[in-house]
Design a protein around this ligand. Structure first.
Ligand code: NAX
Ligand code: K
Length: 403
C-alpha cells in the first residue's frame, strides 16, 4: 500500500461540513446509509489489517456507540472476523432500527460474543490486542454520558502501560477519537490517544491534533461533485484498496520486527525420499495457495574474484536433470557461472512459512537441448553430477563459445 501526502496538505472538515456532506450523499446523491456504513466499516477493517496482522493482534474488542459511528464498528467487526481476527463486541446502547438489528444478527450468526459493560474486564490489557473505538463520530457534543464515560476512562488507563513498557492493546479510533471535540480535538490533553485513526470521507479538524503513529483515510465513495464543492484535497487510493495512509509511516525499530511462524507439523516421515519430488510438491502448494510468483528464486553466484552476488530470477522448469532458468549469456550471473559453475538457489514462500535452498552446478551439457537463453543447473545431490564433473573438465576450454 502506498503512502499518501503529508497530513497538512489534506483537507479537514468542520463538524457542520461533515454533516452537510452526509446529508448530500444520502439525499440528492442517492446513497443509502447501509451502503455508506458498509464501505466505512470495510475501510476500518482493511486499515487495521494493513498494520496489525492477525498472527499477532487477533483479539479485537469493538466498542460501539448508539449512532452511525457504532454501526461502522459493527460492520468492521464482521469484516475483521472474515479476515481471520477474533472480534468481540460491546454494544451497550442498541439502536432498534432494522439496519442495526440486522448488523447484530449477522455478528451473532458468526458466534461473535457480545459483552455487556459489566462483563468487560476493568483492565483491557490482558484480554485484547486491539480496541476499536466506535463510540462517537462527528455528531458528538459535550461530554460523554454513561456508560461511555467509564469505557473511555478504561481506554485512558491503557496509556499508563506505555511507561511500564508492558504490552497493551492498541486503540483504533473510527473517524473521531471518542470524547474529543470534533474540531478542537483533545481539549485539556486528557482524552484517549489512539494508535490509529481512520478518518472517513475526509479527516475532521480534530485529526490535526492526533499524534498517533497511524492515520488512514477510508470511505472510498466521495464523488467529484462533493470533492469540488468542498475543495477537498484527498490522497488517491492505491489500486483497489479501501484505505490509504495519510502522512508518513512511523520509523520502525528493525530489531523488533519478528513474525511468529505458526505452521502445521512437518515430520521426517512425511518428506519425499526424492528431493525433487518434495520440491515439486511444495511448488504445487505455493501455486495452490495463490502466492505471487511462486517460481521466483534468489540465485547466488560467485565470480572469479570470490565475491558473491544474488538476484531474483524465475524458474522456467525442473526435472530430475536439474533447474532451468533464463538469462542473457553476457549478464553478470552468466559470466560468473562461466568462471565458477557453483551456485545456490533459494525459494521463499511467505504465507506458507517455507523456504528451500539448493546448491547446484551449471550443467553445460544440457545447453544444446534447452531453449535459447536458458541455463540448466544440476543439484549437488544429483547422481548425474559425477558425469557432469568429467564433462565440465572436457568443456573447460569451450565455455567462451557458450557465453
Ligand atoms: N459520509 C459520512 O458522513 C459517513 C458517516 N459515517 C459515520 O457516521 C458517523 C456520524 O454518525 P452519527 O451522525 O449517527 O453520529 P455519531 O455516531 O457520531 O454519534 C451520535 C450518537 O451519539 C450520541 N451522543 C452524542 N453526544 C453524546 C454524549 N456526549 N454522550 C453520549 N452520547 C452522545 C447521540 O445521541 C447519537 O445517538 C461518522 O463519524 C462516521 O463514523 C459512516 O457510517 C458512513 C459515511
Ligand atoms: K470513534
Amino acid at each position: 500500500m502506498s503512502s499518501a501526502q503529508n497530513s497538512d496538505s489534506v483537507s479537514h472538515l468542520t463538524q457542520r461540513e461533515a454533516a452537510e456532506i452526509d446529508e448530500t450523499l444520502m439525499g440528492p446523491l442517492g446513497f443509502s446509509v447501509d451502503q455508506l456504513m458498509e464501505l466505512a466499516g470495510l475501510s476500518v477493517a482493511t486499515s487495521i489489517a494493513e498494520v496489525y496482522k492477525p498472527s499477532e493482534y487477533d483479539r479485537v474488542l469493538a466498542i460501539c456507540g448508539p449512532g452511525s459511528n457504532g454501526g461502522d464498528g459493527l460492520v468492521a467487526a464482521r469484516h475483521l472476523y472474515h479476515f481471520g481476527y477474533k472480534p468481540s463486541v460491546c454494544y451497550p446502547k442498541r439502536t432498534q432500527k432494522p439496519l442495526y438489528t440486522g448488523l447484530v444478527t449477522q455478528l451473532e450468526s458468526l458466534s461473535i460474543p457480545f459483552l455487556s459493560v459489566e462483563d468487560l474486564p476493568l483492565d483491557f490489557s490482558k484480554d485484547f490486542d486491539i480496541i476499536v473505538d466506535a463510540m462517537f463520530g462527528f455528531s458528538f457534543h459535550g461530554t460523554p454520558r454513561p456508560p461511555f464515560d467509564d469505557l473511555i476512562k478504561r481506554l485512558l488507563c491503557l496509556h499508563g502501560y506505555d511507561q511500564t513498557r508492558q504490552k497493551r492493546p492498541v486503540i483504533v479510533s473510527v473517524d473521531i477519537p471518542s470524547g474529543w471535540h470534533v474540531e478542537e480535538g483533545d481539549i485539556g490533553d486528557e482524552g484517549i490517544k489512539p494508535d490509529m485513526l481512520v478518518s472517513l470521507t475526509a479527516p475532521k479538524l480534530c485529526a490535526k491534533k492526533s499524534s498517533g503513529p497511524h492515520h488512514f483515510l477510508g470511505g472510498r465513495f466521495v464523488p467529484p461533485v462533493i470533492a469540488d464543492k468542498y475543495k477537498l484535497r484527498l490522497p488517491p487510493y492505491p489500486g483497489t484498496s479501501m484505505c490509504v495512509r495519510i502522512g508518513k509511516a512511523p520509523n520502525v525499530d528493525i530489531s523488533a520486527l519478528r513474525e511468529n511462524y505458526i505452521s502445521p507439523e512437518f515430520l521426517e516421515e512425511q518428506v519425499e525420499s526424492d528431493p525433487i519430488n518434495q520440491f515439486r510438491k511444495w511448488v504445487d502448494d505455493a501455486i495452490a495457495a495463490g502466492l505471487r510468483e511462486p517460481n521466483a528464486m534468489a540465485l547466488s553466484t560467485v565470480g572469479k574474484d570470490g565475491k558473491p552476488s544474488s538476484r531474483m530470477v524465475l524458474l522456467k522448469g525442473v526435472d530430475r536433470g536439474g533447474f532451468v532458468w533464463c538469462t542473457n549469456y553476457e549478464s553478470r550471473k552468466a559470466c560468473e557461472l562461466c568462471d565458477n559453475p557453483h551456485a545456490s538457489l533459494l525459494f521463499y514462500w511467505d504465507g506458507l512459512n517455507r523456504q528451500v535452498s539448493i546448491f547446484l552446478r551449471l550443467a553445460l551439457f544440457h545447453l544444446s537441448t534447452l531453449p535459447a537463453g536458458s541455463l540448466k543447473m544440476v543439484p549437488l545431490f544429483s547422481p548425474s553430477l559425477s558425469k557432469l564433473e568429467s564433462y565440465l573438465l572436457d568443456v573447460k576450454n569451450q565455455t567462451e563459445q557458450f557465453f
